[in-house]
Design a protein around this ligand. Structure first.
Ligand SMILES: C[S@@+](CC[C@H](N)C(=O)[O-])C[C@H]1O[C@@H](n2cnc3c(N)ncnc32)[C@H](O)[C@@H]1O
Length: 246
C-alpha cells in the first residue's frame, strides 16, 4: 500500500493504539502504547512461544509478541470488535495487513474462554480488561484455564489504603466517566484472586504512581487544587502490572 493510500485508510479509523508504521506514518491512538511496553516487562524473546492477547482491540501487544518471535499469537476481543464501543476491529485488520502479520483473531467474550474453545497458551496477556469485568474472579478463572505458564495482567487498581483484599464496585460511570468500567480491586485482591484461580506465584512488577505516602498525598492535593479531581480517588487509585505463573 502506498504512503498516501495508507494515510487515508488510517484517517478513517478511530484508533486506540499508537502504531508507528514507518515513513512518518503514526496512528493517533488514545493510548501511549510504546511507553507501556516497558511497564509490562514483556519478555524480550518469545521465540517458539504461543501467546494469547485478551481484549486486543487494535492488536498492538499481539503484534509486539509476534515481533518478539512468538510462534503463534491469537488476538481475541468482543466488546469493541462487535461494534459496541467507540472503537471497532478496523484498526486491527489494517495493522495486520500493514505489518504483514500472521496474528490470528477470534471474537470471543472473556467468560467464554476455555481450553476446548481456544487451546492453552505459554503466555497470556490480559491488559486493561479486568476492570471492565462485572465478575472479575470468574473472568480470572477462565483466563487461568487457558494459561499454560505465565499471565501478564495490567489493571486499574483502587482501595490502596488497605492491605485487606478489597474490590471497589462502580455501578455507574464513576471510573473515568465510563459505564463499562465495573471494578477496581486493590493489590491484595488481585494477588488473592490470582492465587485462588490457580496461579502459584504472583509478582507486582509495575506501579504507575510509586507508593510513597508523602508523594501520593502531595499529588492528591495538587490534583484536587489544580484539576478539581477527587482527593480520595487520586490517593487510592492507581494502575499496576502483575506477572503470575501457573
Ligand atoms: C481498555 S481496552 C484495552 C486494550 C488493550 N488490551 C490494551 O491494553 O491496550 C479494553 C478491551 O477489552 C475489551 N473487552 C471488554 N469487555 C470484554 C469482554 N467481556 N470480553 C472480551 N473483551 C472485552 C474491549 O473491547 C477492549 O478492546
Amino acid at each position: 500500500m502506498d504512503k498516501e493510500k495508507l494515510a487515508s485508510e488510517i484517517a478513517k479509523i478511530t484508533w486506540f493504539h499508537t502504531f508507528d508504521f514507518g515513513n512518518g506514518i503514526v496512528t493517533s491512538g488514545y493510548d501511549d502504547s510504546y511507553s507501556r511496553v516497558g511497564m509490562l516487562h514483556l519478555p524480550e524473546d518469545l521465540s517458539g512461544k504461543t501467546v494469547l492477547d485478551i481484549g486486543s482491540w487494535d492488536g498492538f501487544f499481539a503484534f509486539e509478541a509476534e515481533r518478539r518471535g512468538a510462534s503463534r499469537v491469537l488476538a481475541t476481543d468482543s466488546f469493541c470488535w462487535s461494534g459496541d464501543g467507540w472503537g471497532t476491529k478496523d484498526g486491527f485488520n489494517l495493522a495486520r495487513k500493514v505489518l504483514n502479520s500472521k496474528v490470528e483473531d477470534l471474537e470471543i467474550d472473556v467468560l467464554e474462554l476455555s481450553p476446548e474453545k481456544v487451546g492453552e497458551f505459554d503466555l497470556v496477556l490480559c491488559l486493561g480488561v479486568l476492570y471492565h469485568m462485572r465478575n472479575p474472579l470468574l473472568a480470572l478463572e477462565r483466563i487461568s484455564s487457558v494459561t499454560k505458564h505465565q499471565l501478564i495482567l495490567d489493571t486499574h487498581v483502587d482501595c490502596l489504603m488497605t492491605n485487606r483484599p478489597m474490590i471497589a464496585f462502580y455501578p455507574g460511570s464513576e471510573l473515568n466517566n465510563d459505564p463499562t468500567n465495573w471494578c477496581g480491586p486493590n493489590r491484595a485482591a488481585v494477588e488473592a484472586m490470582l492465587k485462588t484461580v490457580g496461579f502459584h506465584r504472583v509478582e507486582m512488577v509495575h506501579q504507575q504512581v510509586k507508593f510513597n505516602f508523602i508523594y501520593r498525598l502531595t499529588r492528591a492535593i495538587k490534583h484536587k487544587l489544580i484539576n478539581h479531581q477527587s482527593f480520595r480517588l487520586s490517593f487510592t487509585q492507581d494502575r499496576m502490572v502483575f506477572h503470575a505463573w501457573r
